[in-house]
Design a protein around this ligand. Structure first.
Ligand code: ATP
Length: 303
């Protein structure tokens, strides 16, 4: 028996970041959109305890020990249900690693759902979401998918209505950026300034609800973008190349360094992706629609 779960990447169409709290975290108003770049996690029983393997272009950068979020998810579920975490988790990785698209979080949510199905634990949805929130701020959204507003550290989710499909292009960078390093740079750049409380933009929520790409393009924002650009100045060239190719909006995805381009339709997506590929400013460019569903069991079959 094995279970495969497919899980999407995310882009933050708004990422409003408050001042650092005493515990070091930041309050966020984080509008997540799940987009059609996916990892797949397959869970199979393993006699020799927990084992992680990974395939894909970025596989060499993925830890295969217990720091992998997929491993942590399996261990957390096993502990709650008092059972051994004797499972082999294979990650087919298509989401860029350390790219600001919640790839690790996606694998955590996928592994949790896969182990729940494989082991027949049938944990209630609310409990799965609790475990996700313990694993990391972006993990609950990977389970839920669609579009949602995240508050607190980003883990308290309110689902959002979306009135249509938005078309995106993502440009992958030649190297990764560490999320804690980007938040550190945000703190450094903001020293001595008054950082406002993070709030969701009503214009942005309206644009999502209407499915209006022009209105969404006018409303997207990312407070981490100056910090990501400060640590990775070449990203400015990628953003400029996408804008020159006709993107309606260009922004850093989350903590970066993946850059996200909102375009009018699928045809424009292919055109902008082609221009980015030949611009020499990125490693690769991919098109993806959003919103898409969250972590979903694909196969549940005898091995
Ligand atoms: P976010 O958008 O949530 O800030 P990210 O997409 O920028 O995250 P990830 O791909 O999640 O970044 O990787 C960040 C780090 O997490 C990696 O450098 C790696 O060491 C570690 N990691 C743990 N588990 C995984 C996993 N399953 N896949 C990728 N990286 C993982």
């Amino acid at each position: 028996m094995s279970v495969t779960v497919r899980v999407p990447a995310k882009v933050n169409v708004q990422l409003a970041v408050g001042a650092a709290r005493p515990d070091g975290f930041h309050d966020l108003a984080n509008v997540f959109l799940a987009v059609g770049l996916h990892d797949e996690v397959t869970a199979t029983p393993s006699a020799g305890g927990l084992r992680i393997t990974c395939e894909g272009p970025d596989a060499a950068q993925v830890p295969l020990d217990r720091t992998n979020l997929a491993a942590r998810a399996a261990l957390a579920l096993a502990e709650r249900y008092g059972r051994p975490a004797d499972v082999h988790l294979h990650i087919a990785k298509d989401i860029p690693v350390a790219g600001g698209m919640a790839g690790g979080s996606a694998d955590g949510a996928a592994a949790l759902l896969a182990c729940d199905a494989l082991w027949g634990t049938r944990a209630p949805r609310a409990e799965l979401l609790d475990i996700c929130a313990e694993l990391g701020s972006d993990v609950p959204f990977s389970l839920v998918g669609g579009a949602a507003l995240g508050t607190g550290r980003g883990e308290r989710l309110t689902p959002l209505e979306v009135g249509g499909t938005f078309h995106w292009v993502f440009a992958m960078a030649h190297r990764g950026l560490s999320t804690p390093a980007v938040f550190g740079e945000f703190d450094r750049l903001g020293e001595g300034t008054d950082i406002p409380e993070p709030v969701a933009s009503q214009d942005l929520l309206d644009a999502l609800a209407k499915g209006d790409p022009d209105a969404l393009a006018a409303a997207v924002s990312n407070d981490l973008q100056p910090a990501a650009l400060s640590l990775f100045p070449d990203l400015a060239g990628t953003l400029a190349a996408g804008r020159a190719a006709g993107a309606l909006a260009a922004l850093v995805s989350g903590s970066g360094p993946t850059t996200a381009f909102l375009v009018r339709d699928a045809e424009a997506a292919d055109r902008v992706a082609g221009a980015l590929r030949t611009s020499g400013t990125c490693r690769s460019a991919r098109t993806a629609p959003g919103p898409v569903p969250g972590a979903t069991v694909l196969t549940d079959r005898p091995a």
